[in-house]
Design a protein around this ligand. Structure first.
Ligand SMILES: Cc1cc2nc3c(=O)[nH]c(=O)nc-3n(C[C@H](O)[C@H](O)[C@H](O)COP(=O)(O)OP(=O)(O)OC[C@H]3O[C@@H](n4cnc5c(N)ncnc54)[C@H](O)[C@@H]3O)c2cc1C
Length: 534
């Protein structure tokens, strides 16, 4: 029986290899067919295992996803003697805890040498989002899966789907709150359901918690506007667009209501707002007009911004090219416009705009007006650290101040900045003292690569300081046109669009997505966008 048990175990392992499986529930739910087959092998193995106690051990090896959920918790590990052995903690390795699975956190966790460090990642979402492709997923040009990477695939020593709610820098301990809200990874409002709390310890800590969407406290924004920071947001926008068209096509809807329902308001004229408006324009003109004949005349897209021009990070020449293209495509750009309130009346949202006499109706408002500081960072910078001082913060953005080695700075009692030992900050939540780097994926990922390299080499203090290499900015403008600007050149139109697509394809993280993305682009080109509602 013992021999049979071990043969079965090897068989199960081989089958799992064939199906390229991972030991996670997430995989099983995603790959139904493969998982059903694997589960059959599991059940066979389970029957074998049920007959002898030895099988219990082999079962734990072959079916690690069947182990209790508490396995990965170092908190439970400390207090429980019956701790299952899947825990990968190796006390000889330095325990690096990374907070956040965005551009900065995911990249640093991915690049750390797993032979030297015990890598622990903590994030309320179990995936990384390739944010530049979010607008494409919101309109069905790409599928959501093509823009995300599972953090479980990194082979981390531990991952907790949780928010860090506090940090005790003296005890090197982080308090966590488990995330029980599946879509709340980059929430702008408070979570609906509070999860259990526990603590983890670190040897080195990397703060990469990013920022939240800025709403400026404007009434009705949190409640009625859509944000675009995570796949949940993109899914929500896609559903709302399709819902608006379905409502508008009802015979009971008046033309006046149709005009309001099919008015898409984008607030914020930065690259995110501009790219979303462009993608939406493509969706409407390439797909929806054919599927909802007669509704095309009712559709309008407006971009509102309080600034005198959109795309402020681009040269005037490129920004003007963008606005010219938009006006030819019928996308209205309203600069120096101030949204004062959003309220709902049935299916229609009403925008109170300072410069407009009457409230403006819209089916959807997509809000992309910039960033506000993560509440964890605000909390940490406000509380004193016993015997050390207070975390230094940028007075304008509230970001954590670091030195050129990404080490977090503390303002001591004499008012000077000094290094907080073993704590680093990268990405949108951090600011390197004396620099004004933009809050972009480019900066976040370069900082992550720098920090991981220095940690792997063990020369954080003595190694070179971080040096940002600006690879330029790009924005998609719709109808296969884009703009690109770097210190070396400027491109606009179709060549810039080719560059835009090539850049994002090469920057996508996994080989899986490098294959999936062009396949989806091709499928969309041939068959149109996926606009099914489910
Ligand atoms: C739609 C869109 C398009 C963009 N396009 C571009 C582009 O084309 N080029 C470019 O350079 N930049 C782009 N950006 C900006 C870029 O995405 C950000 O600058 C980048 O994501 C910052 O990385 P980050 O890791 O610092 O933060 P994020 O990527 O925001 O990641 C923060 C992580 O921390 C987690 N987190 C939050 N709070 C906690 C907590 N308390 N505890 C633990 N974890 C926490 C979050 O869930 C998330 O996983 C775009 C952004 C958006 C939204």
């Amino acid at each position: 029986m013992e021999a049979l048990g071990s043969v079965t175990t090897s068989f199960v392992k081989s089958c799992r290899k064939v199906f390229r499986s991972l030991p996670s529930d997430e995989f099983l739910s995603r790959n139904r067919e493969a998982s059903t087959t694997i589960m059959l092998f599991d059940e066979l193995h389970f029957l074998m295992g049920a007959t002898n106690t030895l099988s219990r051990r082999t079962l734990a090896v072959a079916r690690p996803w069947a182990a209790p959920l508490t396995v990965a918790s170092p908190y439970r590990q400390a207090s429980s003697s019956a701790f299952p052995r899947e825990a990968k903690n190796d006390s000889s390795k330095e325990r690096v805890v990374v907070l956040g699975s965005g551009w900065a956190g995911y990249a640093v966790a991915r690049s750390l040498n797993k032979n030297k460090t015990s890598r622990v990642l903590i994030s309320p979402r179990s995936h990384f989002v390739f944010t530049p492709l979010l607008a494409s997923t919101a309109v069905g040009t790409l599928e959501f899966r093509a823009a995300i990477e599972s953090v479980r695939r990194l082979g981390l020593d531990q991952f907790h789907q949780a928010w860090a709610s506090d940090i005790d820098f003296n005890r090197k301990t982080i308090r966590l709150e488990a995330n029980l809200n599946p879509d709340a990874g980059s929430r702008t409002a408070a979570p609906l359901q509070k999860g259990p709390e526990f603590e983890v310890q670190y040897d080195k800590l990397v703060l990469a918690v990013g920022c939240y969407s800025q709403t400026f406290g404007i009434e009705g924004v949190k409640e009625h506007a859509c944000f675009l920071r995570d796949v949940g947001d993109a899914r929500n926008i896609r559903l709302n667009i399709l819902q608006a068209f379905e409502r508008a096509s009802l015979p009971t809807t008046t033309d006046e209501q149709r005009r309001k329902l099919l008015h898409f308001a984008v607030v914020g004229g930065g690259p995110t707002g501009i790219e979303f408006a462009a993608e939406l324009h493509d969706l409407v003109h390439e797909d929806i007009e054919k599927l909802y004949p007669g509704l095309g005349d009712f559709v309008s897209i407006t971009i509102y911004d309080i600034a005198p021009k959109v795309l402020p990070m681009f040269d005037q020449n490129l920004a003007s090219y963008a606005t010219d293209r938009f006006s030819r495509q019928g996308i209205k750009v309203r600069t120096e416009h101030h949204i004062q309130r959003i309220r709902r009346e049935g299916d229609i949202l009403l925008l109170n705009i300072k410069e407009e006499e009457q409230e403006v109706g819209a089916g959807i408002v997509v809000w992309s007006t910039g960033l506000m500081q993560n509440p964890l960072v605000s909390h940490l910078t406000e509380k004193p650290i016993d015997g050390i001082g207070q975390l230094a913060k940028d007075p304008k953005t509230g970001s954590l101040i670091t030195d050129g080695h990404m080490r977090v700075q503390v303002r001591n009692s004499s008012g000077t900045n000094e290094v907080l030992p073993d704590v680093f900050a990268i990405g949108d939540c951090a600011k390197v003292e004396g620099t004004s780097l933009p809050a972009t994926a480019q900066v976040a990922s370069q900082q992550a690569t720098y920090l991981a390299k220095r940690m792997n080499k063990g020369d954080i203090e003595d190694g070179p300081e971080f040096n940002f290499r600006n690879l330029g900015s790009m924005a998609y403008l719709g109808s296969w046109r884009a703009i690109h600007q770097s210190s070396a050149d400027e491109l606009k139109g179709w060549p810039a669009w080719v560059l835009w697509r090539t850049a994002y394809l090469t920057k996508s993280m996994s080989i899986r997505n490098k294959l999936l993305i062009p396949v989806y682009w091709f499928v969309t080109w041939v068959f149109g966008r996926d606009i099914s509602r489910f």
